[in-house]
Structures are given as structure tokens and as C-alpha cells.
Design a protein around this ligand. Sequence first.
Ligand code: SAH
Length: 292
Amino acid sequence: MTEPRRGQKFPLRLDALGATSKIARTPSPAPALVKAAPAKVAVVVPRALLRPQRPLAHAHTDSSHRATPSGLGLDSADVRKRMVMRLRAAGLTNEAVLQAMASVPRHLFVDAALVTQAYEDTSLPIGHGQTISKPSVVARMIELLMGGATARRTQRLGRVLEIGTGCGYQAAVLGLLGEQVFSIERLKPLHDKARDLLGTTRPANLRLVYGDGMRGHPPNAPYDSIIAAAGGDALPQAWLDQLAIGGRLVSPVRQAGGNRQVLVVVDRTERGYEHSVNEVVNFVPLKSGLIE
Ligand code: SAH
């Protein structure tokens, strides 16, 4: 149910894009895992589909062609229902994910000047050069995560590690779908902001961690689900090590020798690691070290 079907407009899969595209799904040892994968993918992506996230600099220009939620007010559940209807129309199908997104008030996570865009399918600046991910990308990534063995068995994401809390929106959605969620952020001001924004509505199973997510978060490993909201040139070994057997990892990774990022899904099985390369995305860079 959670896997994309052929012929859908969205989610966009590389194998839906033409004869040269291919999803690699081969058992492979952990260290060589991702560096090897992108080389197999040669895809011409239709221009209209190549907008999974808006570059930060374009976020403000989006306001010129926005569909302002009208009449009902942003705190109305109807505004979110309409967002979810648009996500369904775009091909997202996982009911648990859609229900979770229908219940988290995204407008509370964006700056006051941008609230009218809170339920549009756009990323928005959240300060410190970072963005809140666009709803369809959040839904798509969590939908992929829900396709992992643990989630298929339990209908829940199990113990989750999110790298890149940002303002905490996706963490709040994950909190509704996981048993325990650990969300880590390297920028102290954003970690603090997420703590403030989540406030008393923070689910009891969601823990915010200030730290360098490149190292994962060893104290609570292993994780059934790992999801990264920032992408580097390869997956950090720590994430692979901290993934439980039966667990799944979803992350953007820059393709070798190119400028494009793709969504990579890694399953850890008894036999090792299996991975697939999915659609092109545009996440902020994964960086190491802490900023106070
Ligand atoms: N999850 C957010 C998206 C935040 S943008 C949402 O709900 O929309 C990605 C975040 O990843 C940024 O805040 C950035 O600071 C953070 N990030 C980048 N590298 C990191 C690292 N090594 N450890 C933790 N966070 C990191």
C-alpha cells in the first residue's frame, strides 16, 4: 500500500521516467552503499516535476501565485483537510501519514509573515538559512519510511531518529506515527525555536536533541526508522550502524559527480543493506559540528 504505483503523477519514481532510469535494489556492504548507487541512475527529469522543494531564495516569490486559504481561518481543520486532499491528488496514499498531516497545525511552525502560505505545497524560510520542508516532501518521505519492514508489521514507525529538526514540524508529524521519536538539530537557535513552537503540544514520545546528527544519536540506538531532512555526499556510516535489523532509512544524498540530490531508501536486513534510489529532491546541506 505504501509503495508507489506506476503511472502516478506523484510520487515520482526514477523507473517511471524512461528506459534509462533504474532503481538499484541490491544487497551491498554498508560502507560502499550510497556512493555506488547514484552512478547507476541516468535520468531526464521532466521540468515540471523537478520542483520537490523551492530553493530558499525563491520562497518569497511564491507568495505572488499563492492560493490563500480563505474564509475558515488557519486554525480550522478544514484548511488542513484541503491540504491533504491536494496531497492525495498528487498521488500520496498512506492514510496514516495523511491523517497525521491533517492534524498537525503547520501554520504554527512558520513565521507570522508567511502564515498565509502555511498550507501551500511550498517550503518556507524558518531563519538561520534553513527551511521548513514542503508538505508533499514530508508526506512522501514518511510514506517511504512507512514501507519499511517494522512499519509494515506494526503500522507504526517504531523508534525513530530524525536528523534536522528545523522548526519541528516534521518531528510533530513523526510523533503521531512513531513509538518514540528522537529529533536532532545542530543549530542551537533552531533547536530552541522548535522547543518553543512545540511547547505544551509536544507529544510525550517526542524528544528534541541538540547535537550533531552526522553521528546519529548513539544513546537511543538502534532505530527502526531514520529520516534525514538534510543531505550530504554520502550517508554517514553512523546512521547505517544505528539502523536496526528490519529498519529503514530515508535520506537525500547528492549524486556522485552531479549537482542533484536524490532520495535514497536503505533497508537493513539479516543479510546486510539493500537500497533504492528514488526521486530528485532539493534539501539543505547536511553539515557537521554544532552552532551555539
Ligand atoms: N525537519 C524540518 C526541516 C528542517 S531543514 C521540517 O520539519 O521542515 C533541515 C535541518 O537540518 C536544518 O535545520 C539544519 O540545521 C539541520 N541539519 C543539517 N545538518 C545537520 C546535522 N549534522 N545534525 C543535525 N541537524 C542538521
